[in-house]
Design a protein around this ligand. Structure first.
Ligand code: HEC
Length: 120
């Protein structure tokens, strides 16, 4: 009986090792079909207005202020020429609450920018 348990445990452990060896990890690629500023992007800024309350270039106090501050060409946050502290750079640096963004959240922001940062 004991012998069978040992064989079973051995096969189980050996089997797990083998399965690990042949597994390949696929990179996580999230694609979104469309992104709206009001329903997809702006809700991701719900925690930002603690600081971005009018005293910074990016102002997230309401939908209009957030849209205007992001897309004003002189601010360089999403409209080129981008500044060093542009939105995607801040996100990739995991600035404040952006550290919690999922791959889908980031894909939505990227899609909104790629589609011409519409007020949609
Ligand atoms: C605890 C305060 C705080 C919070 C919360 C915060 N930020 Fe910031 N943010 C700053 C400061 C301070 C700067 C100035 C640049 C720096 O020092 O990093 C800044 C700069 C920025 C900039 C560059 C433009 C500018 O206004 O200076 C962007 C874009 C930005 N933050 C986005 C966000 C987003 C998006 C969120 C919410 C997910 C957020 N921040 C939350 C403090 C904060």
């Amino acid at each position: 009986m004991n012998y069978f348990i040992k064989i079973f445990v051995f096969l189980f452990l050996f089997g797990s090792l083998l399965s690990c060896e042949y597994e390949t990890i696929k990179p996580l690629k999230v694609e979104v079909e469309s992104a709206s500023f009001a329903t997809d992007v702006y809700p991701l800024f719900s925690t930002c207005s603690t600081c971005h309350n009018g005293s910074h270039i990016f102002d997230s106090r309401d939908l209009t202020k957030a849209y205007t501050s992001l897309t004003l060409p002189a601010n360089g946050l999403v409209v080129p020429p981008l500044t060093e502290n542009n939105l995607m750079k801040m996100i990739s640096d995991k600035h404040q609450g952006t550290a919690n963004y999922s791959a889908t959240d980031i894909a939505k922001i990227e899609k909104w920018i790629a589609d011409g940062y519409q007020n949609n």
